[in-house]
Design a protein around this ligand. Structure first.
Ligand code: SF4
Length: 361
C-alpha cells in the first residue's frame, strides 16, 4: 500500500467498526427535516442504495429526536444525531437510540452540560464525535492565537479530548475543520500526531457539485495521503447521494477502497459522432446501486475506443451509429444505442452478482 494509514484505535458506530485497519467509512448527512419522517427515511434509503455506510441527521428539536427510533426501524445503516446548542437534545437522542452523536463542546451550553452528555453516552456505550470548527473556538484559545488557525483548532480538540478522558470517556472520534484546506490539513496533522483517536475528515461547506468535489478531493486527498482519516464525508450543496459517490471516487482513486462501478469514458473529440457525455452519465446512474467493483468503458469512436473498452470488464465503443460491445476484452456483438446500454447494464449486474456470490462462498 503506497499510503501508510495512521494507526488509530477502533470504535464502533452501531455495527460499523471505525479506525484501526478497518476500511475508511463513507458517511453523509440528510438534508431533509428530521421531523419529516417519511422524507428522511426515503432519503436515507437512497443513500443506502449508493453505499452510504453511516448517516447523520440534524436534531434541532424534540420532535426530530423522537423520530430517531422510527427512522432506525426503517434503515439498515447506523444513525448519528447531530446536535448543536441544546445538550438536552443530545441526551434525548442518546435515550432514543442514536448509534452515535456529534456535538461541538464549544456550543452546547458549557462544560457542565457536556459532562451530562458524556454521562448519558457512557451509560449506553455510544460514541461521540467531537467536532471542532474554526467558527466556534473557545475565547481563551482565540485570545492566545489572535485568530482561528490550525494550532488553535488542534489545541481546542486536544483540550476537549483531555476533558472527556478526565470524565472517563474514550469512546470518541474527532473532526477538525477550518474554513480552508490549508488550515484543515495542518490542524488535522497536528492533532493526529498527538493521539490515536479515529478522525473524521472532510472539507466543510465545500460548495456546489463541481467546486465542492474538486475542493474536497484536494483537501481530503492530502489528508488521506498523510494517512489521516477513518471516516469521510464530502460536503456538497447538492443531494447527499452525490456526496457518497464523490467520497467513494476519492477513496478508490487513491486505492483506499474498491467500490462500485468505475465508468471509464473518453473526453470525446472531433471524431465522436454520438452524445457520449449523456450516454456515460446514463450508464453511471443506471449502475449506481452496484457495490462490488466492476470497470465499464464507454468510448466515443473506433480509434481508441475498442482498445480501452477491451481492458474493462464490460465496454461499448461507438462505431458509426452502432456500438461494439465487449465483455472481458472480447467482442460479443454490435448494437444500436438503446440495446447497447440495456445489455451493458444487464451484463454489469450479472458480473456483480457473480462477484458477490464468489465473495460469500
Ligand atoms: Fe476521440 Fe475516439 Fe478518443 Fe473518444 S475514443 S477521444 S472519440 S479518438
Amino acid at each position: 500500500m503506497w499510503i501508510k494509514r495512521r494507526k488509530s484505535r477502533v470504535i464502533k458506530v452501531g455495527n460499523v467498526p471505525i479506525g484501526g485497519d478497518n476500511p475508511i467509512v463513507v458517511q453523509s448527512m440528510t438534508n431533509t427535516f428530521t421531523e419529516d419522517l417519511k422524507s428522511t427515511v426515503a432519503q436515507i434509503k437512497e443513500l443506502e442504495r449508493v453505499g452510504c455506510e453511516i448517516v447523520r441527521v440534524a436534531v434541532p428539536s424534540v420532535e426530530a429526536a423522537e423520530n430517531i427510533p422510527l427512522i432506525k426501524k426503517e434503515i439498515t445503516i447506523p444513525l448519528i444525531a447531530d446536535i448543536h446548542f441544546d445538550y438536552k437534545l443530545a441526551i434525548l437522542s442518546i435515550e432514543k437510540g442514536a448509534d452515535g452523536i456529534r456535538i461541538n463542546p464549544g456550543n452546547i451550553g458549557g462544560m457542565d452540560k457536556v459532562r451530562e452528555v458524556i454521562k448519558a453516552a457512557n451509560e449506553r456505550s455510544i460514541p461521540i464525535r467531537i467536532g471542532v470548527n474554526t467558527g466556534s473556538l473557545p475565547k481563551e484559545i482565540l485570545n492566545k492565537y489572535g485568530r482561528p488557525c490550525d494550532e488553535a483548532l488542534a489545541e481546542t480538540a486536544l483540550s476537549y479530548m483531555k476533558f472527556f478522558e478526565d470524565e472517563g470517556f474514550i469512546n470518541m472520534k474527532f473532526s477538525l475543520k477550518g474554513s480552508d484546506i490549508k488550515t484543515t490539513v495542518l490542524a488535522n496533522k497536528l492533532f493526529a500526531s498527538s493521539c490515536d483517536y479515529p478522525i473524521h475528515i472532510g472539507i466543510t461547506e465545500a460548495g456546489t457539485v463541481l467546486s465542492g468535489a474538486v475542493k474536497s478531493a484536494a483537501g481530503i486527498g492530502i489528508l488521506l495521503y498523510e494517512g489521516i482519516g477513518d471516516t469521510v464525508r464530502v460536503s456538497l450543496s447538492a443531494h447527499p447521494k452525490i456526496e457518497v459517490k464523490v467520497a467513494f471516487k476519492i477513496l478508490s482513486s487513491l486505492g483506499l477502497r474498491n467500490y462500485g462501478v468505475d465508468v471509464i469514458s473518453c473526453p470525446t473529440c472531433g471524431r465522436c459522432q454520438i452524445d457520449l457525455p449523456k450516454i456515460a452519465l446514463e450508464v453511471e446512474e443506471a449502475l449506481e446501486h452496484i457495490k462490488v467493483p466492476v470497470s465499464v468503458a464507454v468510448m466515443g469512436c473506433a480509434v481508441n475506443g475498442p482498445g480501452e473498452a477491451s481492458f474493462a470488464d464490460v465496454g461499448i465503443a461507438a462505431a458509426g451509429d452502432k456500438f461494439i460491445f465487449f465483455v472481458n476484452g472480447k467482442v460479443v456483438g454490435k448494437f444500436d444505442e438503446k440495446e447497447a446500454i440495456e445489455r451493458l447494464v444487464k451484463e454489469v449486474e450479472r458480473i456483480a452478482n457473480e462477484k458477490e456470490n464468489e465473495s460469500v462462498s
